[in-house]
Design a protein around this ligand. Sequence first.
Ligand code: SAM
Length: 440
Amino acid sequence: MSAKAQIEALLALINNAAHQAIAEYDKAGKEVPTLDSVEPHPLDISDDTSGLKKAIRLLEGACEQLCVTLAPPSHTITKRTQNCDWPCIMAVIEARVPDILAGHPGGLHVDELSKKIDIDAGKLSRILRFLAARHCFTEVDADVFSNNRLSLMLHSANPIRDLAYIQLNSNIQASTVLWENLTTQPYTRSHELHDAPLMQALQFKGSYYEWIESQPEKRPTFQRAMVGFGQVAGSRCVFYDYNWDGCKTLCDLGSGVGNFSMPLARLHPEIHVSMLDLPGPMAQARALWAQEYPTAIEEKRVEFIEGDFLRPLSVKDQDIYYVPNCLHNWSDDAALVILENICQAMGSHSRLLVHDSIIRPLTRTPGKRVDIDEAPGPLLPNFGIGSARSHNLDITMLLAFNTSERTLDELKNLATKAGLVMEGVLDMVEMCMLEFRVAA
Ligand SMILES: C[S@@+](CC[C@H](N)C(=O)[O-])C[C@H]1O[C@@H](n2cnc3c(N)ncnc32)[C@H](O)[C@@H]1O
């Protein structure tokens, strides 16, 4: 296809995808909010966001490919290497600027803001101006800033803020040693968790989870960040897109505080849930459920198990074993041990659901069966920037854990080695859920 034909095709995709996105907002009962709006749209907090996610994946993929095609390459590369979102977002999170502005709906002059947070007004103004130029905060008058749809995501009451904080903190620190980690001993060819760039940067002799366990004050932020991740990844569409009929017992492995288990227990009170995680998260889970869903505890519909999925599991013969966002934290060897432990606990009726981000192929293989969505040409088959989060997560795993996100084939092969057979794949746009049974 010629460049001109590609450009026309991309413009058509952009037009269609934008109209699909508008239709999703309308369907949710309210039209698309303007960027300076501070009222959440029903779709912002909906569990069922697959339609919007599909439209945005196409839109972002096509817009980026169009810009990269038409802009001089020097422009695009320079733009990417001059990314100053990281330090500016970190500064407004640390200074709690969105929290302060929440008390000033008409906006606050930077001189007043500067007095409240003790940061030089001129420097603060430039940081806010940088972010406002990217639609995070609104400059309502010269040097007067107010919150908007994006900046409210960084308010301390929003778990997306915790996700941003955790990711920025670890990625910024780990990035400073990545090159050294890739090229010097003992890190260069190591796949050990304790040799991850972040652990090197922190000079911590252990893995990421040992680091988190060693700092009780960091645990709540991490678990809230996981709530934020579940929201942004649209994980809850699994409640609508998977058939839960017939499930009476479920073991949620690496459950955290129950991002998945609590809504499931509310939607399906007939299911008994066993949550299993390390002692720190389990203590947090008990406290959270006692506060937010005591009925489930009183009715003995939920069990909290301090455990280690790298050891044989005590919870046997469940209808479903559910592993959300966990395998990517482990090397192939360790992930195989986890899968083998689950396989040994499963009965013939049991199903294992692995819910993770999937790396989609960047090449098309004619004749190969495709179990997950593939983008139409001239987009890259993985939707390009439309799938950016899986690749960002892949690099985040490299930085913090020395591990990776996996392709569908890589996950399938690991599970086969563990004695499992894949029964199906649920493509949830950003995440995938793979269903397995024990091999006969
Ligand atoms: C990325 S978080 C996912 C949390 C939750 N499943 C979610 O999706 O929000 C991974 C979880 O695995 C837990 N974990 C780490 N090592 C573990 C182990 N050896 N045994 C059990 N859980 C573990 C962590 O404490 C953490 O809660």
